[in-house]
Design a protein. Structure first.
Length: 480
């Protein structure tokens, strides 16, 4: 057991054997000053203790690195105080052994499913050497009552029959968009009635919403919530999400510091990968519209007087991205495939970009656009989603545009074209540019006069963060 305060110590396990102390320091130093890193399983390199100078740094590391992929393995990252709580309750029946898991459910999905019943101290899906699920795992609850409730509703821990219903309960975004148009409208209106209608009287004079969702509400497409009269929220308000008010303050303070020290011409980085032959194990389909999408972004930047660098196809490697991204002061656009379970962006060859890699970058870009599927997803906790969008905020971006679910190649190209037309050609703020793009798709019709796009086509896009001045954020805090 460590001698330091349990609140400042992080226990990290299930690490790749080849990881060294230098590798661990590269991952964990981003969250605060490290006192020491001690391997406690030298034979396999599988676990270690990371001690910070502050409890805040340890807590942030435990939240973000937990169940993240580090060198191809999903590691677990727990505060030592959590480990002590697990030991204290190991014999009183708060750990549930789960069998019959769908192979597509990994540790993050398992955590999301069982978080419906109560606070989870630890969970894991057992995997083989290739990170493929073995179909079983465990969940350790903080409360015994939560486990009892879970046993009753989850058929004694076997998910083979109940998995679809409970997975869909978690994936609120997918639920809202499933079924026919009438059923989807009923769900959208129901969500509006529960979440927005109670505060309608406070929004009469407002045009912009910044929403700090709680827990799994991060998976809800707020822009698509439907008013009783039939219009969507996005037609009345621009919509941005934020992990917390404190995050907004930090972004504003950081942007003011950058503005005081930088007067260079605006620059952008455009990254695109459309062919994935090097990822044969992932069975990824080509994205034929990516070259046209990237070309459109480059041309829009040129019209706006923004200097553009590009990394396309074989140039789009993690090393090249890391070297070029810090030079993009205005915009980073990345178009490729996003991997849901791995929380990663696919680059050239067999390389991918993980959240821990992104957090180590030093970004100054105002806007990062992740034109890929599932980039707004991740591990859901009380402080929001810890995944790709949050990682780019941590690395220095003000705003990150991501997606909640699979986005079609054609609809993504249309949305991005409209978004950049407003953002760069008309020089409209990003949240309003997104609102205008969505509204245009809502009302676009085909040759027969029928609506061309459904909410499933435009609603997955979400904007996280803010570029509001610090004083404006303080006013929001006082209003709140």
């Amino acid at each position: 057991a460590p001698t330091a305060s349990p609140g400042t110590v992080v226990f990290v396990c299930d690490l790749a054997p080849q990881l060294t102390e230098t590798d661990l320091r590269h991952v964990f130093a981003f969250y605060g000053e490290i006192v020491s890193i001690d391997h406690i399983d030298e034979a396999s390199g599988g676990s270690a203790l990371v001690t910070y100078t502050t409890a805040e740094a340890a807590s942030e590391a435990a939240q973000i690195v937990h169940l993240a992929l580090v060198r191809g393995k999903t590691c677990r990252c727990l505060l030592w105080s959590t480990v002590e709580a697990i030991w204290a309750t190991m014999e009183v029946g708060q750990r549930l052994q789960v069998e019959g898991l769908d192979p597509k459910i990994h540790s993050l999905g398992l955590q999301d499913i069982f978080a419906l019943f109560g606070t989870i101290l630890d969970c894991k899906v057992q995997t083989d050497e290739s990170e493929r699920s073995r179909g079983y795992g465990f969940v350790h609850f903080a409360e015994k009552d939560a486990l009892a409730d879970c046993r009753q509703k989850m058929f004694h821990g076997n998910l083979s029959e109940a998995k679809d219903a409970w997975i869909h309960t978690l994936q609120l975004a997918k639920i809202v968009m499933q079924g026919n148009r009438k059923k989807a409208q009923e769900r959208l209106k129901s969500c509006y009635k529960a979440l927005i209608e109670p505060i309608e009287h406070l929004l009469a004079k407002e045009q912009h919403l910044i929403i700090v969702p709680d827990h799994h509400l991060w998976m809800l497409p707020f822009a698509a919530l439907q008013l009783p009269a039939g219009s969507y929220v996005i037609e009345s308000f621009s919509v941005r999400l934020a992990p917390s008010v404190q995050t907004l303050m930090q972004i504003s303070e950081r942007r003011e510091q950058i503005s005081q020290t930088s007067s260079a011409a605006p620059t952008a980085l455009v990254v695109g990968v459309s062919s994935f032959a090097g990822h044969s194990d992932l069975n990824l389909q080509p994205l034929p519209s990516v070259p046209f999408e990237c070309k459109g972004v480059r041309e829009a930047c040129a019209r706006a007087g923004i200097l553009v660098q590009q990394l396309v196809e074989d140039e789009a490697t993690p090393q090249n991205f890391a070297e070029r991204c810090s030079g993009a002061t205005h915009l980073i656009h990345l178009a490729s495939h996003g991997l849901l379970e791995q929380q990663a962006l696919v680059l050239h060859g067999n390389s991918v970009l993980f959240p821990v890699d992104i957090q180590a970058l030093a970004l100054t870009a105002k806007v990062v656009v992740l034109s890929a599927c599932h980039t707004g997803r991740g591990s859901v906790g009380a402080d929001g989603v810890f995944g790709l969008t949050r990682s780019f905020l941590v690395a220095g971006a003000d705003l990150v545009l991501g997606t909640l679910w699979h986005t079609g190649d054609a609809s993504t190209e249309v949305f991005m074209g409209m978004f950049y037309s407003h953002l760069l050609d008309k020089k409209i703020a990003a949240h309003i540019a997104m609102q205008q793009a969505m509204c245009a798709m809502i009302h676009e019709t085909d040759a027969s006069g029928k609506l061309k796009w459904r909410p499933a086509n435009w609603a997955p896009f979400l904007l996280v963060g803010s570029v509001a001045p610090q004083e404006k954020v303080k006013q929001w805090c006082q209003w709140r």
